[in-house]
Write a protein that binds this ligand. Structure first.
Ligand code: SAH
Length: 464
């Protein structure tokens, strides 16, 4: 380790910045956040920097640097583009063991500033020791995007209740377990959902009963159409939190890999006409596991409320007062359309879009077909492969033009995605000649013809 990571308390303490330009201003913003008293010395000082200095209770000196300026400071930052001057500042400080940072010159620094993810009071600093700042910034962006903004609120909540918890749990081990149950349980979830008041109330209750949260919870999570990059942050967080996972066939392997390593995995089906577990057994299993105090993830392809039977699965939980959350996912229609280059609506071609189940009941697809004939709409059939021929024939029979463009998107958003495109008249015959793998989505409407122009994803595999 080349550097010792430390967090420096500069609140109300004098810090010197040498330089008055934009980099100096950036450093001053950081010092201002940490409530330092900022002193700047430079012949010219930017307006914003002057304002920051004033707000901090510091002072601006419109002149050249001299050694006396570093006296009685706790930290010095040199942010000038004059190498000689930077060297001088560095030397002066290091002679007195005064921490000094010279922007972009690690060799002149005794302290360096990391890239920061700020969820105050929680702060994450990432440093490459000045060797690869772009990489450090990239990691920072990644963490910044994946850590819920509300972690700050959660840490603030913990700070407000710290003493109370200390009094209620004198034993250190008990206290640790209590905080773990807060951070991994419903109280944290309330904070993440923006209900800090409710979280405080729960925390008060638990403290007064000196109890940890041992009740179970179910997360009904949409995993999107297949590409793991299409997961939501919330889905990912809950995937890494749950102890048991019930998943079905539509959940892709790379997504499953992102579930907590030690979580128990239960496969619950379902393939068309080959249900591994009956729906009511799934509902019951979710209930039983939650009643055992487990945090249960029900991971579903796409969005749980679009042809996902999500409503049925939470019904029994609601009846039994089990806590649950529903996390939306990108539904197959959005995912497939985007990756195939087919806008579902378009000012010139389609003013509405319908999501329809093409699932055959007793070998038949029964609809009010008349409703689907209007040409200024896009029809999206889920589970439509088996009924494809019937769907196309019926639409033509009820008056939709046989030339209406139609596409079957196979394994949409996955690396194996293939788009089979044709018309209502030609698509069934085309599909009959090809080996097609589930899942597939049928998109019908004028927007499909835009695919030739707008397709960007694996276009080499597309067929027409
Ligand atoms: N809840 C899911 C849909 C479940 S129904 C969602 O919101 O997407 C299952 C049907 O979804 C499949 O038969 C297929 O028509 C469609 N589907 C799901 N993922 C798909 C994918 N990656 N590519 C094509 N179709 C998909």
């Amino acid at each position: 380790m080349d550097y010792l990571p430390l967090f420096f308390d500069v609140k109300n303490k004098p810090c010197l910045i040498v330089g008055g330009g934009s980099i100096a201003t950036r450093k001053a913003r950081l010092l201002a956040k940490a409530e330092a008293v900022i002193i700047v010395v430079a012949p010219k000082i930017e307006d914003e920097l002057q304002r920051l200095v004033q707000q901090s209770g510091g002072a601006c000196f419109f002149e050249g640097y001299q050694q006396r300026f570093i006296e009685s400071k706790v930290l010095v930052i040199s942010a000038t583009d004059n190498r000689q001057l930077n060297e001088q500042v560095s030397k002066d400080c290091q002679q007195r063991n005064l921490p000094v940072n010279v922007v972009d010159s690690p060799d002149l620094c005794s302290v360096i500033t990391p890239a920061i993810v700020d969820r105050s009071p929680l702060i994450i600093g990432i440093s490459s020791g000045g060797e690869a700042p772009v990489l450090a910034r990239r990691i920072r962006s990644h963490l910044d995007a994946t850590l819920p903004a509300a972690y700050g609120q959660l840490a603030q909540l913990a700070s407000r209740f710290r003493n109370k918890v200390k009094q209620a749990f004198s034993d250190g081990e008990q206290r640790r377990r209590f905080w773990e149950s807060v951070i991994n349980g419903d109280i944290a979830e309330q904070v993440f959902s923006g209900n800090t008041g409710k979280a405080e109330q729960l925390l008060e209750e638990r403290i007064s009963h000196s109890q940890c949260d041992t009740s179970g919870e179910v997360y009904l999570v949409g995993a999107g159409p297949g590409d793991p990059d299409l997961l939501t942050f919330k889905a990912l967080r809950l995937m890494q939190q749950a102890e048991v996972v019930l998943y079905d066939r539509l959940v892709s392997e790379p997504i499953l890999e992102m579930v907590r390593r030690d979580a128990e995995r239960i496969y619950v089906g379902k393939k068309r006409s080959e249900h591994s577990m009956a729906q009511q057994d799934i509902n019951q299993l979710l209930l039983t596991l939650a009643q055992q105090g487990k945090r249960v993830l029900r991971l579903k392809g796409g969005d749980p409320f679009i042809f996902g039977r999500g409503g049925e699965e939470i019904d029994l939980l609601a009846e039994n007062n089990i806590r649950f959350q529903v996390v939306p996912g990108i539904t197959a229609a959005s995912g497939c359309a985007a990756y195939a280059g087919i806008p579902l609506t378009h000012r010139d071609h389609s003013q509405s879009v319908r999501f329809i189940t093409g699932h055959l009941k007793d070998g038949d697809v029964n609809f009010n077909w008349q409703e689907f004939v209007d040409s200024r709409q896009t029809l999206v059939f889920y589970m439509g492969l088996k009924g494809l021929e019937q769907i196309c024939t019926k639409l033509i029979q009820y008056g939709k033009s046989a030339d209406t463009p139609a596409a079957l998107v196979e394994r949409g958003t996955l690396p194996q995605q293939v788009v089979h495109s044709g018309t209502l008249a030609s698509l069934p015959a085309l599909i009959a000649t090809r080996e097609v793998h589930a899942p597939t989505l049928l998109i019908i409407g004028d927007v499909v013809k835009l695919q030739a122009k707008l397709s960007w994803y694996k276009s080499d595999q597309s067929s027409s």
